[in-house]
Structures are given as C-alpha cells and as structure tokens.
Ligand binder design. Structure first.
Ligand code: URA
Length: 479
C-alpha cells in the first residue's frame, strides 16, 4: 500500500503529480491510499516510497475535460474523491471516451460531485457578506461563511477580482483566506465569534437589497432552495425579507401594469444605489489601455482555443452599451465584435430602429470564442457560468469608463453577465433589470436567435419584434 499525503483538502496539484507517477508505474487504485490533513486516515496503511518513474518515459492521456472535472471534484467533501479520480484516470487510458458514458458509476458520481461543488462555489460568491472592522492599518472587511465543500481556495480569486482594492478576510470553520491587496494567504479554520456581527455595512446591505428586490420574481420555495435557511442568519438583508414579501403582491400588481418606461424610472433610482458599486478607479489607460490589457487575458481557459481576444468597440462617450454573448468564428478571426452573420442582422435591425451603431459601444460578455474543433469547422459552444464570471471583470471596466445611459443585454448570457443572475430572456424581454455594477439593463433577444428560425413567418415576426425592442431602447434614451 502506498500512502500519498496531500497538502490540503483540495490539493489538486498534489493529487495530479502523485497520480501521474503512480499511473505511469502501473500502481493499482486499490494499492493507493490518499490522505489529507484532517481527513480520515487508515492507521494500518503501510507507508511506501513513491515509485520513481523518471526513466519510464511513458505518456499519460489526460483531456482538458477530465482536468476541469477533477479540479472541481477534489473540492468535494467525499473522502473517496481522490481515489475515484485516480481510478478514472487509469480507466481513461483504456477508454478515452469514458466521460461520455454518463451512466457509468464513476462518471455519474464524479459529475454529481462537480455539480455540488459548482453550486457551493456559487453560494459562496452570492452569500458572503463583508463587515467593516477598524484595524491599525485602516479599515478591513471580514466575513463568515460555512461551506459544505472545500471551495474556499477555488472561490478566493472571485473575491480578489471583486474587491481587489479592499483588505478582506473570509473566515470559515476549516480554512480562512485573506487578501492584503497584493497576495492571498490561507490560515487554519476559525470560529464564528471571530467575525464581527454588526456594523454600519448592515444597513447599507439592507437598503441595497430592498432596492434590487424584484417582487415579480418572488418565489419562496425557490428562494429557500437557492438560499438555504442556514445562510440566512449571516445575511443582514434577511431581516428585510418578511416586510418585502408582505408588500410584494401589491408591488408586483403595480409592475405588471407598469410600462417599460416606468420600470426604467424605477430602476433609475437603483442606478444611484449601485453607482457606488462601480469600480472606483477606472483603467488609467482608458478604453484603449483596457483593450491592450485584454489582449493577453488568461482569466479563464478559453484564450487557449481562440485566435485572439475580441474586445468591445465603439465611441468612448457612447450612451448605449450593447452586450452580446461571445465572438463567433468570423469575429474571432477579424478581432471585432458582431461582424459575422449575427452582426449583419444586428446592423440592419439597428438601422431600422433608427440607432446609429457607430455612436454606440458594442461588446460581448465573454471575449474569447469558445468552440470545439470538428473537422475543418469550429463549432460554437456556449460559455459556462465560471467563464462568464471570469470575463465580467472586463465588462465592469468597460462600463466604468463608458458610463452608458442604458445597457442592452442581448440574450441569456448577457443577462447573466450583467445582473449576476439567470433570467429567461422571453420572460424578461422588454423589461429593465438592475445590475450591481452598472445602471439599467434592458433585455432583448440575441440576434443569433433570429438566424436559427426556420419558418419565414416566424423570422419576419421575430425580426419586427427585435426592431420594436431596439426602437424602445432609442425612445428610452433619446426620447
Ligand atoms: N454573437 C455574439 O454574441 N457576439 C458576436 O460578436 C458575434 C456573435
């Protein structure tokens, strides 16, 4: 039996390097014991020297998809996670298409674990609330969170992106993470009483939450599912929920009757609330500096499969900011957004709605073309939530520099990117949603949706509806 001692509970690098050596030396899964600090240990396991495989020269087959899966699975609380991944790694050498067998026990289990981890990571990004504390070096921000899985290391970069200019700590029972504006550090777990309980930020959160609270979306069961009760106690805004629920039905009746313009005025108030959430220091190099920096973006793995970053383009003082999903094949090659078939349709609809594209700014939620090579073709693949989140930093910066009067989310990816939430396009179309980092977000369909329609009558009807949405945009901004 070979015992492998990993450095921490989610030590992907340690697992990968040990697994590689063990696999190349032909060590069977049943002969390896994976151990983590604080995990259950088999006291009878014999310690054995790691096999030296430097002379072996063999090749291991590991797809990017498996690596992505494994990076999530190692964060699961299941004691068997490392053993499961090692077994799958060996099986993949014989069965390269193993991951496609969704009914396979190992694959099924690993996918479920990855899903649970993704969900927990999302909860951490959504439910961590910082409270201000005074320190000798000035204010710092502290939050308490109790994750179900080992997601602290995985999620820390999200908070670095969001709160790069603050000093903050997130305390959890197993592991604490700290950011000093330059580097991340990790310390052992803490207890709840170390995190301050109340401060002036609480009131701010409550006000903010009350303003972004949309009574039309109130679904108590869904709220409980998305925000399990165990998180509620950490959320200052949760005390506002009962009052908001009470007034919700009255307010939603009002909203149903309210035309889009009224909704826009309502969310103009929100604009003031969220103004403070915009990046405080827009990029010193302006849009051009930002574009140059984005050219080297590696915030997510999509850069590796694309020709170049496709940054936004348009007027620096544009009042309208149009946001699509991601560049397509043509945009990837040209390095410019919306120049392919969807772009041509978009141009035509803008012209029909009386909007001058050259006076607007057009960009994408994700700046690299996500695709899967198939023969000579590259097939478009929709970006996932972590890619959308990773790329949001650029949109935040673009928005902070542009300060548009109205942002138009074209399609579900743009809604997700701009509001941080997922909404059905068809249900929110024509509405104005609030974004935590810019003002009003008007929802419409993505031009590619029109390109996919087969029936001529459908195409005509949907094109007219798209032009009607864009005409409403023009009316909201230019009167
Ligand atoms: N689809 C998009 O969302 N963006 C583009 O730039 C092209 C097609």
């Amino acid at each position: 039996m070979i015992a492998v001692d990993l450095e921490h509970a989610a030590d992907f690098d340690g697992w990968r390097s040990a697994a590689r050596r063990l696999a190349m030396a032909g060590v069977a899964p049943s002969d390896v014991q994976w151990r983590t600090p604080g995990g259950l240990r088999d006291l009878f396991a014999a310690e054995a020297v790691m096999p030296d495989v430097s002379e072996n020269g063999g090749e291991l087959r590991v797809s990017r998809r498996f690596v992505d899966l494994a990076e999530r699975v190692v964060c699961h609380r299941d004691e068997e996670r490392f053993a499961l991944l090692y077994r799958m790694l060996l099986r993949l050498q014989e069965q390269p298409k193993l991951l496609e067998l969704v009914t396979d026990d190992d694959v099924f289990r690993a996918e479920n674990m990855a899903k649970a981890v993704r969900r927990e990571r999302h909860k951490m990004t959504a439910f961590v609330r910082f409270r201000e504390v005074a320190t000798e070096d000035g204010p710092a921000f502290v939050a308490w969170f109790e994750p179900e899985h080992h997601v602290v290391r995985l999620t820390a970069p999200f908070f670095v992106d969001r709160f790069a200019a603050m000093r903050w700590s997130i305390l959890t029972p197993e592991l604490c993470v700290h950011w000093d504006r330059q580097a991340l550090s990790f310390t052992p777990g803490a207890t709840r009483d170390l995190a301050p309980d109340d401060d002036r930020l609480e009131e701010h959160w409550r006000t903010y939450y009350a303003h972004i609270f949309n009574p039309a979306r109130l679904k108590i069961a869904a709220m409980k599912r998305e925000m399990p009760m165990r998180y509620w106690k950490n959320l200052p805004e949760s005390s506002a929920i009962p009052g908001l629920i009470q007034s919700a039905s009255r307010a939603s009746e009002g909203m149903i009757a309210a035309p889009a313009l009224v909704a826009a005025k309502r969310s103009a108030k929100i604009l003031k609330q969220v103004e403070a959430a915009r990046p405080s220091a827009p990029h010193v190099g302006g849009l051009e500096g930002l574009r140059q920096e984005a050219a080297g973006c590696k915030r997510c793995p999509l850069w590796s499969n694309a020709t170049q970053t496709v940054f936004g383009e348009g007027e620096a003082n544009a009042e309208l900011l149009f946001v699509g999903e991601q560049p397509g094949d043509k945009e990837d090659l040209a390095g410019r957004p919306f120049v392919g078939p969807a772009g041509q349709l978009f141009d035509r609809a803008l012209a029909d709605a009386g909007i001058d594209r050259t006076a607007a700014y057009v960009t994408n939620s994700v700046k690299h073309f996500k695709n899967e090579p198939r023969g000579k073709r590259r097939i478009h693949k929709s970006p996932n939530v972590s890619e959308i989140n990773a790329c949001r930093w650029w949109i935040e910066q673009e928005a902070a520099l542009l300060k548009p009067k109205l942002t138009i989310a074209m399609g579900a990816t743009a809604i997700r990117s701009l509001t941080g939430e997922s909404h059905s396009v068809l249900k929110t179309r024509g509405q104005v949603l609030a974004s935590p980092f810019l003002g009003d977000v008007f929802v419409t369909v993505h031009p590619s949706f029109l390109l996919r329609l087969q029936d001529e009558a459908d195409k005509r009807r949907e094109y007219e509806a798209f032009v009607a949405d864009l005409s409403e945009v023009r009316r909201l901004v230019y009167g």
